[in-house]
Design a protein around this ligand. Structure first.
Ligand SMILES: *Cc1c(COP(=O)(O)O)cnc(C)c1O
Length: 360
């Protein structure tokens, strides 16, 4: 029996979003960030669709391995580099670029006699305080990489923004300034901007932009949808109604009886729940589409099911299509109701969801 919850991935939209990113990136190269299984859209599928990107960015070695196994020959950058000394042989074998952000990684490299060349991206912490060398250590780290015969001498320089989604936030301006100051006198391509940096901080485009969210049509600015920013949603999450029931006024729906019917009404039950990755925190009133018409959750999201207030929908039937998010219902709207961001929802689909591709 086929599963009911479907994530439809619109490959044409993904490609058009890349073209939009490119337009905004000007002369900068575009690293398409495909970590977290392509932001939940499917790593190999996304990588094949984004053949026009200049490189792929992944979080960890395992993702690079998957891409090479899928026959992807493009440049790949592993954004947190090796996690242990033994990873280096795999980086070299698979020709994966390694972000070097920590003293421990430098020590592994210096002890590594493997003659195969490694391409390095030196990560400098300019204020995010997650990964990266402090500005005061950056020149020494660069010199140590340069001294290694088995590290490509063309070392890229990068930093990551903490708050570029707030276009007026002075932290980003300070990060750009700090990066410019510390990298003065170092050669090599420079990379600062993520999606929000690309949109809000044109002075940070430099040689490489590293863009994830916008490719998938996910908003990177609070209060705006991906479409508001000029990008198309790439995922539609949908399922079917498996019951339509008449429920009397004053009766309650679902676990903990949190929704009381204000009148006699039709309540639909759809085959999706937090076991599929639909957020359990989405409260009553969260919008869904039934046959394209807006309706609302009634009561708690359960593991396999949601209940839907059908007062707004005429003639709903068992088997009707229910859309949880997609081009007609922004994922950002659901994320806001659920107290999270669109990235979190897109990354959260479980194995139970059937992924299908749509060429458009
Ligand atoms: C995830 C990530 C990006 C992409 O961020 P978006 O906001 O999705 O564009 C860029 N650079 C690094 C280092 C990242 O970890």
């Amino acid at each position: 029996m086929s599963r009911t919850a479907l994530a439809t991935i619109h490959l044409g939209a993904l490609r058009r979003n890349l073209a939009r990113v490119r337009e905004r990136a000007g002369t900068a190269n575009v690293m398409a960030v495909v970590k977290a299984d392509g932001y939940g859209h499917g790593l190999e599928r996304v990588a094949r669709a984004l053949a026009d990107a200049d490189a792929f960015g992944v979080a960890a070695l395992g993702d690079g391995l998957r891409l090479r196994a899928a026959g992807i020959g493009k440049r790949i950058v592993v954004l947190s580099g090796p996690d242990e000394a033994a990873d280096l042989a795999e980086f070299r074998r698979l020709n994966l670029g390694a972000v070097i952000h920590h003293e421990a990684q430098l020590a592994w490299l210096e002890a590594d006699r493997d003659p195969r060349c490694l391409r390095a991206w030196l990560k400098i912490d300019t204020g995010m305080h997650r990964l990266g060398f402090a500005p005061a250590q950056a020149h020494a780290a660069h010199a140590r990489l340069r001294a290694l015969p088995n590290v490509d001498s063309d070392i890229a320089l990068m930093t990551h923004f903490a708050a570029s989604d707030e276009f007026g936030n002075a932290l980003t301006a300070r990060q750009i300034e700090a990066f410019d100051a510390v990298t003065q006198g170092l050669d090599g391509p420079r990379s600062l901007a993520n999606s929000a940096g690309l949109l809000g901080w044109p002075q940070a485009r430099n040689d490489w932009v590293r863009v994830g969210g916008l490719l998938y049509g996910l908003s990177v600015v609070e209060g705006k949808t991906g479409a508001d920013l000029g990008f198309e949603p790439v995922m539609t999450l949908s399922t079917k109604l498996i019951a339509v029931n008449r429920v009397r006024k004053g009766e309650c729906i679902g676990y903990a009886a949190t929704f009381e019917c204000p009148q006699d009404m039709d309540v639909g039950v759809a085959a999706i729940g937090y076991g599929d990755g639909y957020p359990r925190s989405a409260p009553s009133g969260t919008p869904v589409l039934v046959n394209g018409t807006r309706a609302a959750l009634a009561g708690r999201v359960s593991m396999d099911l949601i209940a839907i207030d059908l007062r707004n929908v005429a003639d709903a039937q068992v088997g009707d299509r229910v859309t949880l998010w997609g081009p007609q219902l922004p994922i950002e709207e659901i994320a806001a109701r659920a107290g999270t961001i669109s990235y979190d929802l897109a990354c959260g689909m479980t194995k139970r969801v059937l992924f299908v591709e749509d060429a458009a």
